[in-house]
Design a protein around this ligand. Sequence first.
Ligand code: COA
Length: 285
Amino acid sequence: MHLRVMTKADICAAQRLREIAGWNQTKIDWERFLEASESGCFVAEFDDKVCGTAATISFENRFAWVGMVLVDPAYRGRGIGTRLLEQTIEYLDARRIPCIKLDATPQGKPLYEKLGFQPEYEIERWTLRRSPLQMTERSGAHTHQGLSPELLEDIFETDRMIFGADRSFLLKSLHQQTPDFTAGIKRERTLQGYTFGRKGSFADHLGPWMANDEPTAHRLLERFVTLSLRDVLIVDHLKSNSVAEPLLRSFGFSHTRPLTRMYRGDNAHPGRVENLCAILGPEFG
Ligand SMILES: CC(C)(COP(=O)(O)OP(=O)(O)OC[C@H]1O[C@@H](n2cnc3c(N)ncnc32)[C@H](O)[C@@H]1OP(=O)(O)O)[C@@H](O)C(=O)NCCC(=O)NCCS
């Protein structure tokens, strides 16, 4: 087994691992990693076959994210996941990134704990499965209205405070791919809430979803549920946020899996998550 830097030519093989794991990312998500982090994404190869992946993204040199840690089931339990993670840590330490963060699945958590990651808070994936009939009834119910550049800038600024670092390059990419899912609500010149979303392999994914109060959170979730034409929708909500869970329940979402936000190093920029209903996604933070 050897490790090397991932390139665009590996996306097809990486997508095979993603598919086996039942994850929702697309080719575009791998491209987001490779564009942001050309030398910071890695594959493990065995007999010239890609059998593992791990990707990193740095945010303002404040902290970096590790995502897409995947090992082919046929090669698990042989230390490949550990080697991939050690490689990402070596790479980020060499760049003097003071903190590494990630959202761990229950399967990944023991591996991260072994390498010095500590839990920060809990996240839950909630999923809505709905019938094609419900979808036909809904389609066309809303029309998309473009956001002004000023409102977008406002959202990026607020998101920087909430996330703990500037990730506007990612949010711009989400907005370009799926402008319908971008929304911002202002009251008395103050931003009260915003959302972005993605079209994944099997589901539309809402996140980040931020709201200062329940009515704003409700409007934003309702907008996403109405605009999406997919039969599966997913949201990764912060367990500590008391507004999101009852809303998700009332729209028919149910809890599907737990995730743990973890960090390694000095978590000096934790962000302000009080009003964050849902993260962007476990791979990006
Ligand atoms: C999590 C994952 C990447 C681990 O990859 P891996 O190559 O099997 O990991 P390693 O062989 O380095 O094992 C790491 C630890 O996981 C546990 N583990 C891994 N495979 C195991 C198995 N078959 N049985 C029991 N424990 C196992 C062990 O605790 C091991 O620790 P050890 O070195 O003390 O034995 C892999 O299981 C996977 O791709 N899972 C699906 C996707 C996922 O959840 N990724 C994590 C995202 S946060």
